[in-house]
Design a protein around this ligand. Structure first.
Ligand code: B12
Length: 228
């Protein structure tokens, strides 16, 4: 039997794991994640070297219009399935996953549109953020209470109706009133939301899509991150 380079086996598997995330093949990704663990690779490396590069690659493809919304959704679901395997293993080994930041997310009061918000949640968690999704029809006070409870870095509010956008203003004001600002940043989104509206209500940033939301979140939590 030829000598095997011990690193070559996991590396090859990691490449397949990356590929399965890009393709949104959840079952294959889960099987590969299990194999990688069996090979002795630690779960953190599986995430950093297998899953994240896959998500980054797809994000770049999306920006170049070489991948589309359903691709992102499927990759996000595959990532979620893999995390369900890796996270318990990390806890068992006492490994602490580096969190890019804690985000409290929801659709504002009076609004039940959730598809875009869910996509933002999936991509943020897939990219290393700890997401606390409060669902839909969320009053400003609930965002603020949760942000305090989990020591959030970011609050993200989605609004799809011109009539509910004003709840985003209420949220910005509540965050300021409760003394969470400027440590806790507010990002807003949803089809009717514009940069102009973001500036008018003094939110910290907005993005027109979920990939942009990830970039925005990174820039807001990283030291020296730009306020957009
Ligand atoms: C699906 C849909 C529904 C579904 C929602 C199902 C669900 N579970 O979410 C149902 C049928 C329930 C619904 C109900 C209503 N809807 Co509706 N709905 C839509 C529709 C067709 C698509 C929305 C959608 O999911 N888009 C796809 C996602 C992926 O895009 P997105 O939400 O914009 O999210 C992206 C970005 O905006 C951004 N983003 C989103 N959130 C966030 C948050 C942050 C923090 C960041 C950074 C980024 C970000 O990233 C996302 C991903 O890329 C839109 C039309 C449209 N084209 O937008 C109308 C639309 C939003 N609805 C509309 C209306 C009027 C209603 C109703 C009032 C209808 C009625 N008379 O009952 C009710 C409102 C109920 C309520 N109280 O909320 C209007 C709003 C008009 C206006 N200007 O206010 C629209 C524009 C349709 C229209 N042209 O008239 N709706």
């Amino acid at each position: 039997m030829p000598d095997l380079d011990h690193n070559a086996v996991p590396e090859e598997m990691l490449e397949s794991l990356r590929q399965s995330i890009i393709e949104g093949a959840a079952q294959r990704a889960v099987a590969l994640a299990r194999q990688v663990l069996e090979q002795g690779l630690d779960p953190l490396s599986a995430i950093d070297r297998g899953c994240m590069p896959g998500m980054d690659h797809l994000g770049a493809q999306y920006a170049r219009r070489e991948a589309f919304l359903p691709d992102l959704v499927m990759a996000g679901e595959a990532m979620k399935a893999v995390m369900a395997v890796l996270e318990p293993e990390m806890r068992k080994r006492g490994a602490v996953r580096h969190t890019r930041g804690r985000v409290v997310l929801g659709t504002v009061k009076g609004d039940i549109h959730e598809i875009g918000k869910n996509l933002v949640a999936i991509l943020l968690s897939a990219n290393g953020f700890e997401v606390h999704d409060l669902g839909v029809n969320v009053p400003a006070e609930a965002f603020v209470a949760k942000a305090g409870e989990v020591k959030a870095d970011l609050v993200g509010a989605s609004a799809l109706l011109t009539t509910t956008m004003r709840e985003q203003r209420n949220l910005v004001e509540a965050v300021q009133r409760e003394g969470l600002a400027p440590r806790v940043k507010v990002m807003v989104g949803g089809a009717p939301v514009t940069r102009r509206w973001t500036e008018e209500i003094a939110a910290d940033g907005y993005s027109k899509d979920a990939v942009g939301a990830v970039a925005l979140a990174k820039s807001l939590v990283e030291p020296g991150g730009e306020r957009s």
